[in-house]
Ligand binder design. Structure first.
Ligand code: ZN
Ligand code: ZN
Length: 354
């Protein structure tokens, strides 16, 4: 692909469908509006969100094709709008998933900008996303990051920010408590294991993938319980906790594991949902739930404050993104195929093309 001064290289997806529709081609150069920065992309994470958008079966309301996917960007600011106060050309930054939020609504003003009704999700709408040489983004959706952190820090918002939201801000996890992650080898969950261990919790991982056991332990789990897919793991979790159960369950899988996960919660335990992407119904034992005074919660992605906090932890070497595979940007379709077929332990990263 060759470019001219008014074009960038990008992976453009013309319409929903399989990964062969993702074409390495050119797109117009993004131009900063008054409150935007343009970022030259060093690397962009590949998120299940991107795969779902590309497949076209979810989020059609907020998606506009043709689209450049990708919202997990690390790069350098190359252009700054007239009204931007906090960034200068040359700053290294990571993105917080959204191209923009309004900053004015009740959700934005209460730290819940991931619920902003006027938000534009980066990489959901039109030819402006992270699978490209450059991307335009509202300055309010950027966090500065040190030149010393690795490219992998691109994925910090989704993998660490979401878990910080779930563990610290939603579940109110405290030092010394016990946390269970279901689907613990998944791309987001394995980073939750790492963060929870850093937060001083005892961490138990449940997985149906024996091949991921070592990776989950390496991420910081104290114990890993391996069961068959669809098998009840609650007895093993209760045994590991002397019968008392876990204080916090981070439910990454959803309907398939929730009935078992609920049984592992200690009295007064908190269950946080962060995984489910498919509409499914489950049976729910209300009496048992109330008898044990459980709380059911949900963590909706992440906000900029949470991203700032985890980026600072990355800079101190306390958190380290786990990357299954790096590919050049032009091979984004291969990354999607790998996500759909191989279920990697860790994230996929697309790196700027030479
Ligand atoms: Zn993501
Ligand atoms: Zn808003």
């Amino acid at each position: 692909v060759t470019t001219t001064s008014d074009m960038i290289r990008a992976v453009v997806t013309q319409r929903p469908g399989d990964s062969t529709l993702m074409e390495w081609t050119t797109a117009p150069v993004p131009v900063a509006g008054p409150r935007d920065c343009v970022v030259e992309v060093e690397a962009c994470g590949v998120c299940m969100h991107d795969v779902i958008v590309r497949q076209g079966w979810r989020k059609m309301v907020s998606v506009e094709f043709p689209v450049i996917l990708g919202h997990e960007v690390i790069g350098h600011v190359v252009e700054v709008g007239d009204e931007v106060r906090d960034f200068r050309v040359g700053d290294r930054v990571v993105t917080v998933q959204r191209e923009s939020v309004c900053g004015e609504c009740r959700d934005c003003r209460s730290g819940r900008e991931s619920s902003c009704r006027r938000q534009v999700f980066l990489g959901d709408v039109g030819l402006n996303g992270g699978y490209a040489d450059r991307v335009r983004i509202h300055a309010g959706s950027l966090v500065k990051v040190s030149e010393d952190v690795p490219l992998e820090t691109a994925v910090a918002a989704c993998v660490f920010g979401t878990n910080l939201n779930a563990l610290r801000d939603v579940a109110k996890l405290t030092v010394g408590e016990t946390v269970l992650f279901t689907g613990a080898g998944g791309g987001v969950a394995i980073h939750g294991v790492q963060l929870a261990a850093r937060m001083g919790a005892r961490v138990i991982g449940a997985t149906s993938s024996p091949a991921k056991k070592d990776a989950i332990l390496a991420a910081g789990a104290d114990e890993v319980i391996v069961t068959q897919r669809g098998e009840d793991f609650s007895a093993a979790v209760l045994e590991a906790t002397g019968g008392s159960g876990v204080d916090v369950v981070v439910e990454n899988v959803g309907a398939a594991t929730f009935p078992f996960a609920q049984k592992t919660a200690a009295r007064h335990g908190r269950i946080v949902l962060i995984g489910e992407v498919a509409p499914k119904l489950i049976e729910f034992d209300l009496l048992n739930f109330r008898d044990r005074d459980l709380t059911l919660l949900s963590a909706l992605s992440t906000n900029r404050n949470q991203l700032e906090d985890v980026v600072r932890m990355c800079e101190r070497g306390l958190l380290e993104p786990i990357i299954a595979r790096r590919l050049p940007m032009s091979e984004a379709a291969r990354a999607h195929e790998y996500m759909e077929s191989a279920d990697p332990a860790g994230r996929m990263l697309l790196v700027r093309q030479d």
